[in-house]
Design a protein around this ligand. Structure first.
Ligand code: SAM
Length: 219
């Protein structure tokens, strides 16, 4: 037992990746193809993917909402952990990225499990009335909107469902008062972490995986 987290060196990260990654050839190729088409390399890693899959399977999740889907790496990873009639609803701003996701979801044989809404997720969410409560919501889009997303997705999440925000370590700057890297985004993540932690309707925790995930289960 320890009160102090063990630092993860490059070598340890590689070891974990070798042992616990959910990434297969399809996802490796997707990552490469996305980079070749000029998309930024900012999707989750395979160790995070395996964590999400275990969590979704453990909670027998059927409905997932993802805010910010890029090339569909995390959406496809999560869709693979859902049962037959499960669904990942993706909200993605960029129409070219959305078209890429559509193609890759079909190639993966997950076309019927992945639904995509194109546009600013804040606008989509305001008018969005799903026919079900989400089991899991993954927030991974523009950082300045994270706290707003939390407010918008809370009513759409079922009791016992989980809301998570990625990059909760803010690229290592989360504890800095005057971060030299992306100060506006770091501040937004700090605000989100605090809002999640203090939310009366959530029981929150922090998972130091990848760039960190802050999570809360709806009470
Ligand atoms: N979740 C993806 C994965 O791990 O494979 C990575 C998502 S990437 C970090 C962030 C995505 O959010 C980008 O594709 C970007 O276009 C999208 N995004 C940014 N602002 C957005 C907004 N207001 N509404 C919807 N999507 C947005």
């Amino acid at each position: 037992m320890s009160l102090k987290p063990t630092p993860v060196s490059e070598k340890t990260a590689q070891y974990l990746n070798d042992l616990f990654s959910s990434e297969d050839d399809f996802l490796r190729n997707l990552r490469q193809e996305a980079a070749e088409t000029g998309m930024p390399s900012i999707s989750i890693g395979g160790v995070q993917g395996a964590f999400l899959q275990v969590m979704l399977r453990a909670m027998r999740a059927r409905f997932v909402l993802e805010i910010g889907s890029l090339a569909g790496y995390s959406a496809i990873t999560m869709a693979r952990a859902l049962p037959k009639r499960g669904k990942v609803v993706c909200m993605e701003y960029n129409p070219d990225y959305a078209a890429f996701i559509r193609r890759k979801a079909d190639e993966a044989g997950l076309g019927d499990k992945i639904e995509i809404y194109v546009g600013d997720a804040k606008e989509t969410l305001v008018n969005y009335i799903p026919q079900f409560g989400f089991d899991f919501v993954f927030i991974d889009a523009d950082k300045p909107s994270y706290s707003e997303y939390l407010d918008l997705v809370y009513p759409l999440t079922r009791q016992g469902g989980i809301i998570a925000g990625d990059n909760a370590l803010a690229w290592g700057f989360v504890a800095e008062d005057n971060p030299e890297f992306e100060p506006r985004n770091v501040k937004a993540i700090k605000d989100f972490n605090l809002a999640l932690r203090n939310h009366q309707g959530l029981s929150a925790c922090f998972v130091p995986i990848g760039d960190g995930m802050a999570m809360g289960v709806k009470l």
